[in-house]
Design a protein around this ligand. Structure first.
Ligand SMILES: *[C@@H]1O[C@H](CO)[C@@H](O)[C@H](O)[C@H]1NC(C)=O
Ligand SMILES: *[C@@H]1O[C@H](CO)[C@@H](O)[C@H](O)[C@H]1NC(C)=O
Ligand SMILES: *[C@@H]1O[C@H](CO)[C@@H](O)[C@H](O)[C@H]1NC(C)=O
Ligand SMILES: *[C@@H]1O[C@H](CO)[C@@H](O)[C@H](O)[C@H]1NC(C)=O
Ligand SMILES: *[C@@H]1O[C@H](CO)[C@@H](O)[C@H](O)[C@H]1NC(C)=O
Ligand SMILES: *[C@@H]1O[C@H](CO)[C@@H](O)[C@H](O)[C@H]1NC(C)=O
Ligand SMILES: *[C@@H]1O[C@H](CO)[C@@H](O)[C@H](O)[C@H]1NC(C)=O
Ligand SMILES: *[C@@H]1O[C@H](CO)[C@@H](O)[C@H](O)[C@H]1NC(C)=O
Ligand SMILES: *[C@@H]1O[C@H](CO)[C@@H](O)[C@H](O)[C@H]1NC(C)=O
Length: 837
């Protein structure tokens, strides 16, 4: 293990030094010095590096600044973002008192100052360790005079210490503008600016249309997004004086690497690189839903809230398949259909595309008319009208030009029926009145074409399916499945691609054979949704087979859809889904097999628990936090686990924790995301009060369960079925009692005390108590938890009283509603409670 990893590091180092630049060995460019391709300068503390780079798969060269120590490369600033160099033969030099980028023909591509100042003065450019690149007049060594700094000209990254705001003297703004795409740093459509009137951040589209605002800064936090200024992580300030007005921030713990970016997705993201991470952790993002980003799906595109993907309105097609395939939808949808303004009778339903969506708020005019058909006429007779809605009370809203921001909702709330005129605006204006017949003919031919197209498509699909079926003999099938599964996992890990992957399908016969007809001898346990078996598949591969015993309320297609989504979730602290099987009665999921069973078999067992010393337990807590954080924040889907508990944490050979059963709630429940649910799926003792009592679940319900798991890991006792003699306290109550008495050290399991790092354990208890607070809004989210676990633990917030604290035997003194359902709970069985409302 050690050997292979050091070889890896060596290989990595070799490759890295081959492809990257050689350092000039300083942090400064002085008069007549230059940085040419292949050379870099490095900040004095070694945090940042400046030089030439090529982003993504681009063929162009740019001068930029990136984190020296972090890989993959994260560029924080680009000099010539909209003037790419087509060759590496270029120089960044100090000349004539200016910092200039010259291409191979000695043309100036970019310069720091708009005009050269006195060519006689001595200037120098220094890359500082906070990422700021500064050009100053150093003629008087004792008093260098600032001429220019990159922090005043940010590109898409806001580093701690930099500013977002504006200079009152020059009216120049510091604005973050997104990259065009991951390979092109040219200014994209989205920008983050400060709105000085209200002391808030705003995000704009095309520098004009504002689609998000942070709410005013009140000295502590931003009105609408409190998480932006987590007060124990970021020190935010708003400076407003005679010269300038801006936001800036710093980190209390300066060893943490953090940056805020205006992403190509149109969202701002606070990313942090925590100790021991292998990639950036997303702390928060705004707007939270990508469908809330202006024009995210382009013209005539519809954003699907459920999985944050774009589709075209029916009758329209993607303008650029290539761009859509690389998840850039901004070009939107087009149609070839042409429609004349008054050619055909307006009532023909075929003239209108009906869609039930959240309608865009902007670009409309309201007119008052009497009836729906008058509204339709109004739109019909106005050549520039693209779409209308009629709200029943006489208000007729009309859209002209391209239609942006249609949103497909999973709830019925705020849905409206919008009528979109068939034919694109361009096509409409081009159409001539006399071309009536042509229009009809062309729409008929389009229809014919579509008809023929879909028939041949169906035929083609059938043939493919048949061929696949034929080649899927039971023998030999598994092998290819294995290769496929592993190959795909690699692709995912390497490229983090969002492309759909097919999870291999396993035949029921194969599974029956592997599990010896689901024999009792092969039964590993009884999960919340059905029994789990061990299966030995060809090649001695061991797989865990989870049968869902037809509990799923879903049809075959939805089931497959969910499985495909779940299979995309790949993280070292999540159990990997390897395949599925479905027939009339069974829905089966195949997972990687974990030889060491689950966490509860260790921590609650008098002898086995000694196998887990403090260090191991701490690593397990961290691993669970990372896995859960990935589910909540980093995966595209935002999975709420809903049944996190120690028996759902499996351990691999090296006792690394892996969360299992994530996404099952989606399969059982269907597409409900963050909302009320009719059924409560979860386990007593781990369920948050809002979920258990009101069926309200959110990522904060998982945070609650996490807190319970941490307390159980530390104390070696179950939350349920744990009683102190006089008062019936559960583990949470007990932990809280000790906390208030400042004796929480007693919570730590006796066998652990020896190996235990006391301050770490106390920190964990503090964090766990923060997680189980009654008010979900007070609980931290999982990224905060990871950060707190990584920190010193000295300035953690003080928790409020947890939910479900005291249950005295007979007379409850508390009138809290949270008492009523928690009288009897003595085991670990997962339950499904019909919600009584
Ligand atoms: C920089 O180059 C110019 C012209 O090549 C020369 O006159 C000047 O002395 C040089 N300055 C320094 C500090 O070397
Ligand atoms: C630069 O220095 C030269 C001689 O040292 C002088 O002739 C020239 O006027 C100076 N230029 C400026 C802009 O001060
Ligand atoms: C990025 O945009 C450029 C045009 O601005 C395009 O040529 C390139 O293919 C795009 N790259 C990706 C990865 O989308
Ligand atoms: C963006 O705004 C400019 C004017 O500021 C306008 O000319 C351009 O058409 C706009 N782009 C889009 C896609 O609407
Ligand atoms: C927070 O930032 C302000 C302004 O940048 C600074 O004056 C203050 O000392 C910082 N506070 C802490 C605790 O770092
Ligand atoms: C504003 O700028 C002036 C001149 O540049 C300077 O003297 C003054 O100290 C500045 N004020 C503040 C608050 O920085
Ligand atoms: C997203 O969901 C819609 C239905 O809600 C479905 O048609 C579409 O295929 C899904 N897209 C992806 C990428 O899963
Ligand atoms: C049109 O009416 C809707 C409510 O029906 C309102 O939200 C919207 O702001 C109005 N738009 C204009 C341009 O007046
Ligand atoms: C700052 O973070 C590092 C790890 O990122 C940690 O080792 C250190 O203890 C933290 N310092 C404080 C004061 O929390």
């Amino acid at each position: 293990m050690k050997n292979s990893s050091s070889i890896l590091i060596l290989v990595h180092f070799l490759c890295f030094s081959l492809i990257t630049n050689l350092s000039l060995g300083g942090d400064t460019i002085s008069v007549n010095e230059s940085v040419s391709s292949g050379q870099t300068i490095i900040s004095s503390g070694g945090n940042f590096e400046l030089g030439f780079f090529r982003p993504g798969d681009s063929r162009s060269y740019y001068i930029g600044i990136w984190y020296k120590k972090l890989y993959p490369q994260a560029v924080v600033w680009v000099a010539n973002r909209d003037k790419p160099l087509d060759s590496a033969d270029a120089n960044l030099i100090i000349s004539q008192g200016n910092l200039v980028l010259l291409d191979r023909l000695q043309n100036s591509i970019w310069s720091a100052l708009t005009e050269n100042i006195n060519p006689n003065i001595s200037v120098a450019a220094v890359l500082r360790d906070d990422g700021n690149f500064i050009l100053s007049d150093v003629s008087k060594a004792s008093m260098p005079l600032l001429l220019w700094q990159s922090f005043d000209h940010p590109t898409h990254t806001f580093l701690p210490g930099a500013k977002i705001g504006y200079d009152k003297r020059t009216q120049r703004k510091q604005v973050l503008v997104s990259w065009k795409n991951s390979s092109d740093p040219a200014p994209g459509m989205y920008s983050l600016e400060m709105d000085p009137k209200n002391a808030q951040y705003v995000i704009k589209w095309n520098r004009t249309t504002e689609y998000w605002a942070s709410g005013s800064w009140d000295g502590q936090r931003f009105g609408l997004v409190p998480e932006m200024s987590l007060n124990y992580i970021y020190n935010y300030s708003y400076i407003d004086n005679e010269n300038e007005s801006y936001f800036t921030y710093s980190l209390y713990n300066s060893t943490i690497t953090s940056r805020l970016i205006m992403d190509v997705s149109g969202q701002i993201k606070q990313l942090s690189w925590l100790d021991g991470s292998i990639d950036w952790n997303l702390f928060w993002t705004q707007p939270r839903e990508s469908c809330q980003v202006y024009a995210i799906c382009g013209a005539f595109g519809v954003c699907d809230e459920a999985n944050a993907t774009c589709n075209c309105l029916s009758g329209f097609k993607q303008r650029s398949d290539a761009e859509w395939n690389s998840n850039d939808y901004s070009s939107g949808c087009v149609t070839d259909e042409k429609v004349q303004c008054d050619a055909i009778t307006e009532d023909k339903d075929s003239l209108w595309i009906t869609s039930i969506v959240r309608v865009p708020a902007s670009h409309n005019t309201n007119i008052t008319v009497g009836t729906a058909s008058q509204c339709r006429s109004a739109c019909f007779n106005d050549c520039s009208c693209t779409a209308y809605t009629y709200d029943g009370s006489g208000t007729c809203s009309i859209w002209t030009g391209d239609l942006f921001n249609l949103e497909q909702l999973s709830t019925t709330e705020s849905k409206r029926t919008i009528f979109v005129k068939r034919g694109s605006p361009e096509a409409q204006t081009k159409a001539k009145k006399s071309m009536k017949l042509k229009a009809i003919l062309s729409s008929i031919s389009v229809l014919m074409f579509l008809l023929i197209g879909s028939i041949s498509y169906i035929y083609y699909k059938r043939r493919i399916a048949k061929r696949a079926d034929r080649s899927k003999g039971i023998q030999g099938a598994h092998k290819s499945h294995w290769h496929k599964a592993e190959g795909e996992a690699k692709v995912l890990m390497n490229e983090n691609s969002d492309e759909a992957i097919d999870v291999p399908y396993f035949h029921l016969e194969t599974i029956l054979e592997a599990t010896d007809n689901f024999s009792n001898a092969n039964k590993l346990g009884q999960g919340g949704f059905g029994p789990v078996y061990k299966g030995i598949f060809p090649g001695e591969k061991e797989i865990a087979v989870k049968t869902l015993s037809s509990q799923s309320g879903q049809g075959i297609d939805e089931f497959k859809n969910e499985v495909t989504l779940i299979a995309k979730l790949q993280h070292r602290n999540l159990v990997r889904l390897l395949g599925y099987c479905i027939n009339a009665t069974e829905q089966i999921l195949l997972y990687e097999y974990m030889p060491n069973k689950s966490l509860d078999t260790f921590i609650f067992d008098g002898t086995l628990c000694q196998l887990l010393d403090w260090k191991k337990r701490y690593d397990i807590i961290l691993g669970i936090a990372r896995g859960l954080s990935y589910l909540h924040h980093d995966s595209r889907l935002r999975i709420i686990h809903r049944d996190l508990k120690t028996s759902n944490i499996l351990l691999d050979e090296e006792m690394n924790p892996k969360i299992s059963d994530f996404g099952l709630a989606r399969i059982v429940e269907g597409k409900v995301t963050e909302a009320n649910t009719k059924k409560v799926v979860g386990t007593y003792g781990y369920m948050s009060p809002e979920y258990a009592l009101d069926g309200l679940f959110s990522i904060k319900s998982d945070v609650f369960s996490f807190g319970v798991v941490v307390l159980e890991i530390i104390s070696g006792r179950r939350n349920t079925g744990f009683y102190q003699s006089e008062e019936a306290l559960n583990l949470l109550g007990y932990a809280w009692k000790l906390w208030t008495e400042k004796t929480e050290i007693q919570l730590i399991e006796k066998s652990l005390l020896e190996s235990c790092n006391k301050s770490e354990a106390l920190k964990c208890i503090n964090i766990a108590l923060l997680c189980v607070q009654e008010d979900p809004n007070h609980r931290p989210n999982m990224s905060d938890v990871i950060l707190m676990l990584g920190g010193e633990g000295t300035n953690l917030p003080t928790p409020n009283r947890p939910a479900f604290v005291i249950r005295t035997h007979a007379s409850s003194t508390s009138s809290s509603s949270s008492d009523k359902k928690y009288i009897v709970s003595n085991n670990q069985v997962t339950i499904t409670v019909e919600e009584g409302r």
